[in-house]
Design a protein around this ligand. Structure first.
Ligand code: CMP
Length: 138
C-alpha cells in the first residue's frame, strides 16, 4: 500500500546548490513527488513545525537555522515511504550516517544535515498538512 512522507530540503542544501542532486536521489529511489515548493519559513511556522522539540536545548538554534534561508518541502509517495526515506537519508548526525546516504554525501553536522524526513506515518500526515493542502497534491 502506498504511503506518504514529507521531506524538507533545508537551507544548507540550497546554499550548497545540491537541491537538484538530492531530488534526483529521491526520484531514483522510486519516490513519486506529489507536491513540492520553494519557500521561506517564517519563525512562527518553523516553531510550530518543530514544536515536539520545544523543550530541547537546540530548539532556538534549530528555528533560527530553518528560517535562515529558503527551504523546499516535498510530499512524496511510495510503498513504505517513511522508513525507506529515512534509510535513504541516513542518521540525523551525518557522522553516524551510512555510506551512500544523502546525509553522508552532503551534510556537515547534526544541525546542518541537508534534509528532514518524517519519522512515522502519523507524523508524516501532520507534517504534510503543515505545508500542503490536499487539493494541491497531484
Ligand atoms: P530533523 O530530521 O529535521 O528533526 C529535528 C532536527 O533537530 C534534526 O533534523 C536536526 O537537524 C536537529 N537536531 C537534532 N538533534 C540536535 C542536536 N543535538 N543539536 C542540534 N540540532 C539537533
Amino acid at each position: 500500500m502506498k504511503e506518504r512522507s514529507l521531506a524538507i530540503l533545508k537551507p544548507d542544501c540550497l546554499e550548497k546548490k545540491v537541491q537538484g542532486k538530492v531530488i534526483q536521489h529521491i526520484l531514483d529511489a522510486g519516490f513519486e513527488i506529489k507536491g513540492m515548493k520553494l519557500m521561506q519559513l517564517t519563525e512562527d511556522s518553523a516553531k510550530k513545525f518543530y514544536e515536539v522539540h520545544k523543550e530541547r536545548p537546540f530548539y532556538g538554534e534549530l528555528v533560527a537555522y530553518m528560517t535562515s534561508g529558503p527551504v523546499i518541502p516535498i510530499c512524496m509517495e511510495k510503498e513504505n515511504a517513511v522508513a525507506d526515506f529515512r534509510k535513504l537519508i541516513g542518521a540525523t548526525n551525518p557522522a553516524n550516517a551510512d555510506e551512500g546516504t544523502i546525509r553522508k554525501m552532503y551534510a556537515d553536522s547534526i544541525e546542518r544535515n541537508i534534509v528532514h524526513g518524517s519519522d512515522s506515518p502519523e507524523n508524516a500526515k501532520n507534517e504534510i498538512a503543515h505545508f500542503f493542502n490536499e487539493k494541491d497534491l497531484v
